[in-house]
Design a protein around this ligand. Sequence first.
Ligand SMILES: Cc1cc2nc3c(=O)[nH]c(=O)nc-3n(C[C@H](O)[C@H](O)[C@H](O)COP(=O)(O)OP(=O)(O)OC[C@H]3O[C@@H](n4cnc5c(N)ncnc54)[C@H](O)[C@@H]3O)c2cc1C
Length: 374
Amino acid sequence: MSHRIAVVGSGPAGLTLARVLHRHDHPVALFERDPAPDARPPGGTLDLHEGTGQLALEKAGLLTGFRALSRPEGQAMRILDTAGTVLRDWRPRPDDRANPEIDRGQLRDLLLGPLDVRWGRDVTRVEPGTGDGAVVRFEDGRQESFDLVVGADGAWSRVRPAVSPVTPHYTGVTSVETSLDDVDTRHPDLARLIGDGSVAVYGVNRALVAQRNSGGHVKVYAQFRAPLDRHTNRDPADIEAVRSSLLALFDGWAAPVLDLLRHGTAFDHRPFHTLPVSHTWTHVPGVTLLGDAAHLMPPLGAGANLAMLDGAELAESIVAASGPGDLDEAVRAFEERMWARAARWAKITTAGLERLVGPDPAEALALFDRVQPS
Ligand SMILES: Cc1cc2nc3c(=O)[nH]c(=O)nc-3n(C[C@H](O)[C@H](O)[C@H](O)COP(=O)(O)OP(=O)(O)OC[C@H]3O[C@@H](n4cnc5c(N)ncnc54)[C@H](O)[C@@H]3O)c2cc1C
């Protein structure tokens, strides 16, 4: 018997869940607030790890497709000090497939494949435990019932209140994101500085990171400790005002590093919020969470990987419970597994953010030396 499954959100978590269910011919209703897949810029590049994101793609039957699109050379990482001196210049071996990079848009399209997403369906709330299952309510006043509603709707989840009263809190670190296009032709010096992968510069309580995406596109992240409203109250549309405030904040850093900000196009403010390191809840039949909705943590290379593995594992649990198994027991067991794994990574990434955007840049370098294979 197939259960009636609703997934709210078509990010990495929701898409992987739906895609693995689809692979097992299990029906699923996937609701997404965005009106179309390309309604928003998809964001930067993601490195997918062998034991998590790539494992999830394997469960979805998409590992070969990933390998064709991903950039193993994008794992390269260069670290500079604020004077522009190269402190580390790490390059992967040609056969290194541990954490290749892929553009988010490419990953989304790979996962989307044949899925029938219900675009433009904005969920306002979920009510568990009615006679006919959990009820999903939409912005337009409609409602539908399901045996299981999965909140894969990210940091500001509308499904979360059905199981947990917890909301994200500000970490004290804000990132302002900008981009460079056609970097090899328009900014060859910056292209050389960034190389095939990423360049990171760590100063006191601030950092600048630039990451190469495909097609000569580069994303630049200026990260710093600041009160929540310090930069978010500046109109991001006022590009030159944001640029000069960032240049003032990173004053004294080497000119080629500051060029990453001087040549940036639009600016986007992203204060980093997180959920508590060990966010759990008393199990609620008919509703669960995964990905950022369940375990939002600092963006240090784990969130999308965990979100995808959550999605793949929950899908397999649902499929297994579609035989004689019990769906509710399967979801409970999945939650226990997800909570334990997420807590481990939340601890690591929370400590990592303290070091990478902290008072002592030597700590950032020490962290790099600890995690990077030599
Ligand atoms: C700057 C930055 C860099 C990062 N880099 C990495 C990295 O290198 N590696 C890594 O693993 N992770 C990285 N992360 C973290 C990663 O982006 C997230 O952990 C991941 O996207 C979480 O996936 P998700 O599917 O749970 O949520 P999301 O990606 O947030 O997707 C949620 C989806 O739900 C939809 N939605 C929201 N509300 C509703 C609603 N009410 N109704 C219907 N739909 C709704 C949204 O439109 C969205 O499509 C980074 C994050 C940031 C901010």
